[in-house]
Design a protein. Structure first.
Length: 343
């Protein structure tokens, strides 16, 4: 009898082999006579040394805020049993963890490149960035869609909220988000890793992403671009439309209950929509079109790789009364424990 984990590994190998055969049939197999590119040159956000120094200080400050803010939220939720039992804060802790990891994929490399003359990344490092960026990015998109559904149930059907969003369902939803992100990312990676790279190796960006990398392949990439648009662009658009539909129903419900003190919830939904738009709109702009290069692409990508991981803690949790109380309670515990140790 084959163990479950071994069966999954065999299925993955068969899945990879089927993709390889597909590329062979389409003539996409790498040519062994072609000299393969071993590393890529990242052009970054600017070539001006003065501007790069300013950007280094700016993004370093943002990175510190991202790490401390999201790490604090994860710690507070995990340390507070009341918050951990709430579906909303359970999802928020996963969102903060994703943002924390997502910021660590591209930002440290970008900060180091600001201080270097030559900005290069190995081929394997480029593949790793593509995998983790799409894995975490897709997982976050799925999770934000789930969170919109959670808010819809909480506001539009409050009497049955805890019954619908029970512990079993929320575990399944989070697991589905992570699995969906992994499937999306591994599909991207399998396609990219089969492409031949033999010529130019300059990427007009501060990290490796699929649209720029595909354009460097030594082959006709039309079919690959169609696959990528289907896998990334349509996925982003569908999640965004589902999320907008959920928030539209929420806003309609709140509009009829404004006299019952729902104006605060309306303001919160507006803040959530702002942050969500900063994630989905750039992704739709970049991935839901032919992969032609625009100089503005790397600026747009800053929003969902750097800006939104910083804004999510501020918008979703740190402005929340329950989170403030939990932070104060945690601070008091730290003060008391410090006094006991010192005494």
């Amino acid at each position: 009898m084959i163990p479950p984990f071994l069966g999954n590994l065999i299925n993955l190998i068969q899945f990879n082999s089927s993709y390889t055969r597909l590329f062979d049939i389409l003539g996409w197999k790498r040519s062994e006579n072609i000299s393969e590119v071993s590393r890529f040159v990242l052009l970054g956000l600017s070539s001006s040394w003065e501007l790069q120094l300013f950007l280094f200080l700016t993004f370093l400050l943002i990175y510190v805020v991202i790490v401390l803010g999201n790490l604090l939220i994860v710690m507070v939720v995990q340390a507070n049993a009341h918050l951990l039992q709430s579906p909303m804060y359970y999802f928020l802790s996963h969102l903060s963890f994703i943002d924390l990891c997502l910021s660590c994929v591209a930002v440290p490399k970008m900060l180091g490149d600001f201080l270097q003359k030559e900005k290069t990344i190995s081929f394997s490092g480029c593949l790793a960035q593509i995998f983790f960026l799409h894995f975490l990015g897709a997982s976050e998109m799925f999770l934000l869609t789930v969170m919109a559904y959670d808010r819809y149930v909480a506001i539009c059907n409050p009497l049955h909220y805890l019954t619908v969003m029970n512990n079993h369902l929320r575990l399944q939803l989070v697991f589905a988000c992570w699995c969906g992100g992994f499937i999306h990312s591994i599909t991207q990676l399998i396609i990219v890793i089969q492409l031949p790279f033999c010529g130019p190796n300059e990427l007009d960006n501060f990290y490796c992403d699929v649209p720029q990398v595909i354009k460097l392949a030594c082959m006709d990439t039309y079919l690959v671009e169609v696959l990528m648009v289907s896998n990334s662009g349509i996925l982003s658009l569908v999640c965004f439309l589902v999320l907008l539909f959920s928030y539209a129903l929420i806003l309609l419900t709140l509009r009829t209950h404004l006299h019952r003190g729902q104006s605060k919830a309306l303001s919160t939904c507006a803040s959530h929509l702002t942050v969500v738009s900063l994630i989905f709109v750039p992704c739709v702009f970049i991935y839901l079109r032919p992969f032609c290069a625009f100089s503005v692409d790397k600026v747009v990508s800053v929003f969902y790789t750097v800006i939104t991981p910083m804004l999510n803690p501020l918008i979703y949790t740190l402005r929340n009364a329950d989170m403030k109380q939990a932070l104060e309670k945690l601070r008091r515990k730290q003060v008391i424990s410090h006094c006991l140790v010192k005494g």
